[in-house]
Design a protein around this ligand. Structure first.
Ligand SMILES: Cc1cc2nc3c(=O)[nH]c(=O)nc-3n(C[C@H](O)[C@H](O)[C@H](O)COP(=O)(O)OP(=O)(O)OC[C@H]3O[C@@H](n4cnc5c(N)ncnc54)[C@H](O)[C@@H]3O)c2cc1C
Length: 454
């Protein structure tokens, strides 16, 4: 029996929303009765891939193959073999190959050995899908999420449109960049994975500068490469991460199988799952980027933990780096903090009543050991009110994130929480490492939509 079925709302119109929308369309065309869905977007479809809204300049390349499109992996895990065959036929309409056949470029793409798409082309694909599937997102920037007296989500925003209510909510998106302790909100020479692309032209005049790029993922690596395009020979680009760990997809191939087929994922112990996600997702870069960084005379690597940023009264940027139990303070002319994005970004949109409800729910689900750990970080008895009071502290918010990740159900929602809250970007640890990213968008959509069959 479906656990939520009156209306599903998806926050954000990126690839996840497009995958859910097209699979929903395919199910309806197959005569399968499903709850209606709405998509809310503050900018436009695929905004974060265009280069106009941060995160990329648009000309960076996908790391995952373009064929991992909205229907991928076209598996029959969720709806069984018969319906899957029919859904697959319908989803091929929205496939990467059909996009290229429609707009031109398919033979060239094959001739060039199926290269990865640049982000702007991925945006073109999603926009094309949007038009082909008549996706009309509700234009609004959601600023508040609450739970109404009918136990439904209630989303309201900046636009003067009506409040949107739904029995289920899917949150998408990267979220805001993670910050370092002491990092100012704005500084003309301190950037992050979202802001770097619009501000990097300031590097053109940099002479004899030492530039720190903190992070070990694809964003940090792409930023370091882009810096090389903008600076002269006198500059040093120092890549700082806790553990030097850039891998190409080929180097982690045996782990990548879990990304599109997570059927055995839960049989692995948590530590293994954690390590596969670290290595095969967050640390993976394209071979072109890896080679370029390794061959550049301007790039240096530092294995250390960046613990604190400080801007002095003379506007000097000092970064505290921890290594072997020591901390050293190092001056840099520019710093890019690319340590990842906050998957819990949506939580700050929750009003206090919704936050308290979530804390209460989590407290009921925690083991006594986990409750003790929580009490250690909030330094007192674990009550929803005390958790709310302390939730912005880094250790407490890390605890919250992990507690949610451990409780994600097969439909990618927070287990037993009502109204249904689907968090694909937090589903990696419990359900499979491909759900937060582009590795199994089709399966992600099916897992969620199965709870909305009428
Ligand atoms: C630069 C970059 C490259 C990446 N490359 C890959 C890759 O090659 N392979 C891979 O597997 N993963 C990749 N990822 C990671 C991950 O797959 C994507 O970040 C993620 O899947 C994006 O899809 P999405 O639909 O969740 O979100 P997004 O595409 O980020 O869409 C979220 C949407 O939500 C909207 N939004 C945000 N806040 C609000 C609000 N308050 N109200 C209304 N709308 C709002 C935004 O405008 C945006 O359009 C990459 C991430 C980044 C940042």
């Amino acid at each position: 029996m479906s656990k939520a079925h009156s209306h599903l709302v998806v926050l954000g119109a990126g690839p996840k929303a497009c995958a859910i929308w097209t699979k929903h369309t395919a199910l309806v065309e197959e005569g399968v009765k499903t709850a209606p869905i709405s998509i809310i977007e503050k900018n436009r479809v695929a905004a974060n891939w265009s280069g106009a809204h941060g995160y990329t300049d648009g000309v960076q390349y996908l790391v995952s193959p373009s064929e991992q499109d909205l229907g991928f992996p076209y598996s029959n895990e969720v709806f069984g073999a018969d319906l899957t065959v029919r859904l697959t036929e319908r989803m091929f309409k929205y496939s990467w190959q059909n996009f290229l056949l429609s707009v031109g470029g398919y033979p060239e793409w094959v001739a060039k050995d199926r290269p990865r798409a640049p982000h702007y082309q991925f945006r073109d694909y999603l926009e094309w899908v949007g038009r082909a599937s008549k996706l009309e997102a509700i234009q609004n920037e959601i600023t508040k999420i609450s739970i109404d007296d009918k136990d439904q989500w209630s989303l309201s925003g900046a636009a003067a449109t009506q409040t949107i209510t739904a029995s289920g909510l899917v949150v998408t998106g990267n979220g805001k960049p993670r910050r370092l302790s002491g990092q100012p909100d704005h500084h003309s020479r301190i950037w992050n994975g979202e802001t770097f692309w619009a501000q990097r032209s300031a590097l053109t005049n940099a002479k004899f500068a030492r530039i720190a790029v903190i992070g070990s993922g694809e964003t940090a690596a792409a930023i370091a490469c882009s810096i090389l395009d903008h600076v002269g020979e006198s500059v040093v680009v120092e890549l700082i991460c806790k553990q030097y760990a850039y891998f190409t997809r080929a180097e982690v191939a045996k782990d990548l199988v879990y990304f599109s087929d997570p059927s055995h994922w839960q049989s692995l112990r948590e530590g293994r799952r954690f390590s596969i996600m670290r290595r095969a997702d967050r640390g993976v870069v394209s071979s072109t980027i890896k080679t370029r960084l390794e061959e550049s005379e301007l790039v240096e690597y530092t294995t250390a933990e960046a613990v604190q940023l400080k801007v002095t009264a003379q506007d000097e940027i000092l970064l505290s780096l921890k290594y072997d139990g020591q901390v050293e303070e190092v001056p840099y002319q520019f710093v890019v903090v690319a340590t990842g994005f906050d998957a819990m970004w949506f939580f700050e949109l929750f009003d206090d009543a919704a936050k308290l409800r979530l804390f209460k729910h989590l407290l009921e689900q925690l083991t006594s050991e986990q409750t003790e750990s929580l009490e250690a970080v909030i330094e007192g008895k674990a009550t929803p009110e005390r958790w709310l009071e302390h939730h912005t502290k880094p250790k407490v918010s890390r605890f919250l994130e992990r507690a949610i990740e451990r409780l994600i159900d097969t439909d990618l929602s927070l287990r037993h929480f009502s109204p249904a809250l689907h968090l694909p970007m937090m589903s990696g640890l419990s359900q499979g490492p491909g759900f937060p990213n582009l590795n199994c968008l089709g399966l992600m959509a099916e897992r969620i939509l199965k709870s909305y069959l009428l």
